[in-house]
Design a protein around this ligand. Structure first.
Ligand SMILES: Nc1nc2c(c(=O)[nH]1)N[C@H]1C(S)=C(S)[C@@H](COP(=O)(O)O)O[C@H]1N2
Ligand SMILES: [Mo]
Length: 526
């Protein structure tokens, strides 16, 4: 009888130990977020550990994550980190029942790991970035030591004082900790939110000037009526998002600066947001595509952008393209979050509409898409051109510097490959109509789309009807009226670009320079 009750009591103590560990972890995170709200919101432990994990993830795993979790990949990563921390908290809590100091030291160790992760990030703000993790860990360790102390009475004593000081003392201490940590976390979030208010206000205050060179009006008929086809212009709220930022940078455009410097820059300059808005602005239709887009995938979007010509700005700084004797063949764009993207200077200055964009579909850039300024180069995948939250342009050479993704095994150069996608019917659809409209989009930015063909099963290639082409830098819609026959059918599409090159059948992975191959869907007609 007594044995059973002792067992129950120690089980109970074990559970309370686990609770102590969880509370210690919770306190550590809350205090760290509070300190981060003062130091730098991006230096919070979950953000830096997650960011460091992203930095170190092999290309294959990252590709898997993007493929499997899509744009939720960051959420999954953060939840994973929290789950791991919860597990470790429970473990340390139980250890601390026997070894109070060891438990507390364990919490401090995780603080050190967080601090190391913070200092390893490409956007690290220096030693101050270690503070949130260290302060959080110190608070967590103290709490674990305290709570474990409340539980350190022997089981028989605890049983003897059932409902007495030791249990009540623990409950009071645990409750105070929970409330205090929650308050600290809430205060941290409020402070971080207040910090962002300047940025939000600066964005609301932006008055977009009229372009001196407006976009050509979209030709009638760029948008087909087929049900289920993509909308030609992607609304900002639906535009795909691919980046490594666990916390979206919120930059105040009033304090933002863009520095241009490096090899062959005879007149280095720093531009303010006002400087850019005061220049002649061009408005252009450009379709953006991610190199991580699988055949048939969703990482493509189209918008009308407003911004300054990048070639003009570079010339003003004395930059010449390599073909005109320029010393630099690579332009490194650097963002406030430490991302680096390298574009060929030749492409940027060959007359195409490479821009520093300030607006997307008629409004200042959304924070997620790079406010206040991002770069865009028609014809190049985003990872080698479309730097969001840009703050620095450095002219250099491909031989002397590898940008972020290139260090991670992606190709140095990333011209967009010709692709076509079937938007409708959806895979495994069961259409019943006698004639079914097969329709979708095709793209080969900066070369344009000349032809799209559709094939039913192993039948002959047949020309699809092309929608109007806006410009060579945009995607193009197509459709094909298919007279169905009952049964299962594989529908395949391929495009020909503006140079006459037919899209290759050869299937490749997205790594290292973008997926190739034909998109097909299987449907059952009947
Ligand atoms: N600062 C920053 N800019 C970035 C990235 C990033 O991770 N960080 N990702 C690039 C990639 S891979 C792509 S495809 C485009 C996506 O732009 P979007 O999120 O506005 O669609 O942004 C590019 N610019
Ligand atoms: Mo990308």
């Amino acid at each position: 009888m007594e044995g059973v009750s002792t067992f129950r009591t120690s089980l109970f103590r074990g559970a309370l130990g686990a609770v102590s560990g969880l509370l210690a972890g919770y306190t550590a995170l809350a205090v760290a977020e509070l300190v981060a709200s003062v130091v730098r919101p991006q230096a919070g432990p979950v953000t830096v550990v997650g960011g460091a994990a992203i930095d170190r993830t092999p290309a294959g795993v990252k590709d898997f994550a993007i493929r499997t979790f899509g744009e939720n990949d960051k959420l999954v990563l953060q939840l994973g980190i929290l789950a791991a921390l919860g597990f470790l908290g429970v473990l340390l809590g139980i250890i601390s029942l026997r070894h109070r100091r060891t438990g507390a030291a364990g919490v401090l160790l995780f603080g050190l790991i967080g601090a190391a992760a913070a200092l390893s990030r490409p956007d690290t703000g220096g030693i101050a970035d270690a503070l949130p993790s260290m302060a959080g860990a110190a608070a967590g360790a103290a709490i674990l030591y305290l709570l474990a102390g409340k539980l350190s009475a022997t089981p028989t004593q605890a049983a003897a004082t059932d409902g007495g000081w030791s249990r009540r003392g623990f409950l009071v201490a645990a409750s105070v900790t929970a409330v205090g940590a929650t308050a600290a976390g809430a205060l941290g979030r409020t402070l971080t939110g207040r910090r962002a208010q300047g940025a939000v206000a600066s964005r609301s205050a932006v008055k977009l000037p009229a372009p001196s060179s407006p976009a050509q009006p979209l030709p009638r008929g760029v948008q087909l009526k087929a049900e289920g086809i993509s909308s030609f212009t992607t609304p900002n709220s639906e535009f795909y998002r691919v980046d490594t930022a666990l916390v979206v940078p919120r930059i105040d455009s009033d304090t933002w600066r863009l520095r241009v410097h490096g090899k062959g820059v005879t007149r280095p300059r720093t531009y303010t947001f006002r400087d850019l808005l005061d220049r002649p602005l061009i408005e252009r239709d450009i379709t953006l595509t991610c190199v991580s887009n699988e055949v048939g995938g969703p990482y493509i979007g189209h918008a009308r952008w407003l911004g300054v010509r990048l070639d003009d700005l570079l010339r003003e700084c004395g930059v010449k393209p390599p073909s005109k004797g320029g010393k630099a063949d690579q332009l490194i764009a650097r963002s406030v979050d430490g991302m680096t993207l390298g574009s060929p200077v030749e492409d940027v200055m060959d007359g195409r509409d490479a821009i520093l964009a300030v607006a997307m579909n008629g409004e200042p850039l959304p924070f997620e898409h790079g406010f206040p300024v991002r770069m865009l180069v028609p014809g190049l995948y985003g990872y080698v051109s479309a730097c969001k939250w840009i703050e620095d342009i450095e002219l250099t050479t491909f031989d002397s510097y590898d940008a972020y993704w290139v260090k991670r095994k992606w190709a140095r150069k990333g011209p967009i490959k010709t692709q076509a996608r079937i938007d409708t019917p959806k895979p495994f659809a069961r259409p019943t109509a006698a004639t079914v409209t097969i329709a979708g989009v095709a793209w080969a930015q900066h070369r344009g789309i000349r032809r799209v063909e559709v094939r039913i099963d192993d039948g002959p290639w047949q020309d699809a009807d092309l929608a109007a082409q806006a410009t060579v830098d945009t995607w193009r819609q197509w459709s094909y009226p298919w007279k169905t026959t009952p049964g299962g059918h594989t529908l395949t599409v391929r495009a020909t670009d503006g140079t006459g090159q037919v899209q290759t059948e050869e299937r490749t992975r997205t790594i290292p320079d973008g997926a190739s191959g034909w998109h097909s869907v299987f449907v059952t007609a009947g």
